[in-house]
Design a protein around this ligand. Structure first.
Ligand code: DP6
Length: 324
């Protein structure tokens, strides 16, 4: 009744931004990500008769807040699927700088889903695992696979056709992603609350829904053709469109800080100097920069020099779920 799994986080090149069904997490648009090798979560789940509740230990600390409620809520789904009512001890190690405002929910829920289903004796294929993982955190359903992954929104009310599909393996294309960690960050609006507020109140949201399917189709062709400029520029414009919707929300908000904008400007400047580099930003102030391996030294150096940048962590395309 014990299993350990490892999952990597992913960066969305076409964003998931909004739910059409909150309880089972169905998105309003299909989206696409690249799994990264630099950030991962390793989770051990041990179901035991003698426990009277779930116990969630993250980076050696017992967690008793909202995060542990989300873990327990997810394990309730796993228990219901398996027809078992045992509680579990969950040990998670996050190799993601969570304090720096990096999302760990993608690797976190992917590792939790893989370890818990294995520990409880469910034998799920990757599609079934992606469907289950989606219900813990939407972006996590993409981390089941390595490389370039599409989360197809599906049409069914029950979510049976809303899951991730690998579209190109990690070995298809060696592009790099520099995660730019800012020194002072505090995530004020969670992605969950931010997307809800945007869907409910932003008049710009309709524009997002109209444009994103086109961005998705174009980026899939660009990835297939290994067209870096096209891939990067579509990712960047799609990121800007997502962030633009938050400015139209009521009350309005932005995830950007002054350093976020300095990084964005530096990336645009690199392009003017002939270095192909593009940025994307999730629901937080940190920036991810896409570039080609031959430009690594120059890109890293330029990013590290920006005032307010604490660290630059480089990733290659990463792999999907593994069991340890
Ligand atoms: C901006 O997957 O964290 O990173 O489904 O509510 O857990 P929940 O949201 P989450 O949202 C991620 C939003 C995003 C874009 C993306 O990863 O596609």
């Amino acid at each position: 009744m014990k299993a350990t799994a490892k999952a990597h986080t992913n960066i969305a090149l076409i964003k998931y931004w909004g739910k059409r069904n909150e309880p089972i997490i169905l998105p309003t648009n299909s989206n696409l990500s690249l799994t990264l090798d630099g950030f991962s979560t390793v989770t051990t789940v041990h179901f035991q008769e003698e426990l009277s509740s779930d116990e969630f230990i993250l980076n050696d600390k017992l967690i008793e807040d909202e995060a542990s409620k989300r873990v327990t809520g997810f394990l309730n789904k796993v228990r219901a699927m398996a027809g078992k009512d045992m509680y579990a001890r969950i040990h998670s190690l996050n190799h993601v700088p969570t304090a720096a405002g990096f999302a760990s929910s993608a690797s976190g829920f992917a590792a939790l889903a893989a370890a818990s289903t294995k520990a409880i004796g469910l034998e799920l294929n990757d599609t079934e695992l992606s469907i289950l993982t989606r219900q813990g955190s939407g972006s996590a359903c993409r981390s089941i696979y390595g490389g370039f992954v599409e989360w197809q929104m599906g049409e069914e009310e029950n979510g049976s056709d809303s899951y991730a599909v690998p579209i190109a393996s990690k070995d298809h294309w060696d592009i790099r992603v520099a995660a730019v960690v800012l020194s002072a960050t505090e995530k004020k609006v969670s992605s969950r609350d931010g997307m809800r507020r945007t869907v409910e109140t932003s008049p710009f949201y309709d524009g997002w829904l109209q444009q994103t399917p086109k961005d998705l189709e174009e980026i899939k062709t660009a990835i297939h053709d290994k067209d870096f400029e096209k891939t990067g520029s579509i990712a960047e414009v799609n990121c800007m469109r997502m962030h633009a919707t938050t400015l139209g929300a009521n009350p309005p908000f932005t995830y950007w800080q002054d350093t976020t904008m300095r990084v964005m400007q530096t990336v645009q400047q690199m392009r003017e100097e002939g270095i192909p580099a593009y940025f994307t930003i999730d629901a937080g102030p940190n920036v991810k920069v896409l570039y080609l391996p031959e430009d690594e030294r120059k890109v890293k150096q330029k990013l590290e020099q920006i005032a307010g940048v604490e660290d630059v962590i480089v990733s290659k395309p990463g792999k999907g779920i593994s069991y340890l």
